[in-house]
Structure formats: structure tokens, C-alpha cells
Write a protein that binds this ligand. Structure first.
Ligand code: PGA
Length: 254
């Protein structure tokens, strides 16, 4: 049985005051849940210190949304994995479609980021997913397979024992247009099968999250699917009650 992971991806949102209020509300709300699902908040870098303080001793883990592909040194404006670890991060989102699209992140760069995260003792959440155009042309599996295969080729299948995957169809992110549970399940079981071609144990154990307009109203039916092991939640993670309702759906899915 894979423990569900509900991870909030705040993206570039919030102020000191709103971040603090949201963290406090999530910590308080999660303390009243069954706790079967694991919960994490991936916040902007500048709120990590706040997160380290406010989430300490709670069941809510801290995460970041990006990391430098290099271990350290002269990389102006970048943040090293060792720094994230020092601030108490457990998770780091890698290869989000917004980073692939707006910042030109390639599979090769993402593979290096994954190494930085795991060697620093944290767990990457590797994002994969197709655009609407790719889906409509029938290339969903080809695209997702190439994103996964590139990491297997660069880092080995063993690297998947230390990470989570998030399947995030680009057309569902922030659009309010969620993949149906069947659509998500189809791709997520495909990802697991792809990994199983290399290592059945790793494929069976790895958590594959769904991301793309997950909200309180659709979380339960998505999380009920056999290969959906949690959610990477953007917009709905910015509203405490919405996010907590998804956490409760995660608890109920176990
Ligand atoms: P969304 O974002 O829930 O706002 O669609 C999900 C994500 O991009 O991780």
C-alpha cells in the first residue's frame, strides 16, 4: 500500500503575512485529520525559513519548487540543494511544466537537479505531462515515456526509488479543466508499467501523484484510482479549507 502524498505547490504566490496565515491554518487543520495521507507544502524560497519555523513539530512537511542543477559556487541567483536541506525541506519539485516551458528546462538539466536533490537527502517530485496539442495528436504516451526514459538513461532506474512522480497534463494546470479520473489513471498506469519494464519492485513502490486543477470537489474520485497516489495541488493549495479538504480525501482514499 502506497501512502498518499498531498503536496501543495504555491508557485509564485503570497506575502509574508498570507504565507504565515496559510501555514498556520494548514498545520492546525492537518492536526485534526486522520493523518493517513502525508502532507507537504512547496513554498517560494523566501518563505522557507518561515516554513521551517511554523511547520516544525507538525505533520506537514516542507518543500521547494526548484533547485540549481549544480552543487554550489558561482551561479548568481540560484539556490543549492544543500541550502534547501538546511532549511528543513523534504521535497523539491523538479521539472515542473512551467519551468520546462518558460525557463527552457530540458530533461538533461532536470536529471542533474534530481541528483542534487537526492544526494542532499531530500526527495524530488519529478513532473511529467503532455500539452493539449500533444494529446490531441495522440502523443501523450510518447511524450511522457520520453520524459521518463530520459531520466532512466541519465540517472538509472534505481534513482526512482528515491523520488515521487507527478503526472501533470499541461492542459489541466491552472485551467480548471481537470483530467477525468480515467484519463489520469490511464497515463499513470502507463508510467508505472514503463518503470516496471526496468524494475518491478521500484515501479510498484513509487508514488505517482496527479496534478492539474485538483480541488476539493474532484480529489476523492481522482484519488480513488489505483495508480493515483496523491496530488500536486496548485491553485487549491492557496485556500486552507480547499487544501485541507483534499488532505481529508487523501486520508479517506487509504
Ligand atoms: P493547479 O496546478 O492545481 O493550479 O492546476 C498544479 C500544478 O501546476 O502543480
Amino acid at each position: 500500500m502506497r501512502q498518499p502524498l498531498i503536496a501543495g505547490n504555491w508557485k509564485m504566490n503570497g506575502t509574508r503575512a498570507s504565507a504565515e496565515a496559510l501555514m498556520r491554518a494548514v498545520v492546525e487543520g492537518v492536526s485534526g485529520t486522520v493523518g493517513k495521507a502525508e502532507v507537504a507544502l512547496c513554498v517560494p524560497f523566501v518563505f522557507l525559513e518561515l516554513g521551517e519555523r511554523l511547520l516544525a513539530g507538525s505533520a506537514v512537511h516542507l518543500g521547494a519548487q526548484n533547485v540549481c542543477s549544480e552543487p554550489g559556487g558561482a551561479y548568481t541567483g540560484e539556490i543549492a540543494a544543500t541550502m534547501l536541506k538546511e532549511f528543513g525541506c523534504r521535497y523539491v519539485i523538479c521539472g515542473h511544466s512551467e519551468r520546462r516551458e518558460y525557463y527552457g528546462e530540458t530533461d538533461e538539466l532536470i536529471a542533474k537537479k534530481l541528483v542534487r536533490v537526492t544526494e542532499s537527502g531530500m526527495r524530488p517530485i519529478l513532473c511529467v505531462g503532455e500539452t493539449l496539442e500533444q494529446r490531441e495528436q495522440g502523443f501523450t504516451q510518447t511524450v511522457v515515456a520520453s520524459q521518463i526514459d530520459a531520466i532512466i538513461a541519465a540517472n538509472g532506474i534505481e534513482s526512482f526509488a528515491q523520488m515521487e512522480i507527478a503526472y501533470e497534463p499541461v492542459w489541466a494546470i491552472g485551467t480548471g479543466r481537470t483530467a477525468t479520473p480515467e484519463q489520469a489513471q490511464e497515463v499513470q498506469s502507463f508510467i508505472r508499467a514503463r518503470l516496471a519494464e526496468h524494475d518491478k519492485v521500484i515501479a510498484e513502490k513509487i508514488r505517482i501523484l496527479y496534478g492539474g486543477s485538483m480541488k476539493a470537489g474532484n480529489a476523492a474520485e481522482l484519488l480513488a484510482m489505483p495508480d493515483i497516489d496523491g496530488g500536486l495541488v496548485g491553485g487549491a493549495s492557496l485556500v486552507a479549507e480547499e487544501f485541507l479538504a483534499i488532505c481529508r480525501a487523501g486520508d479517506a482514499s487509504v
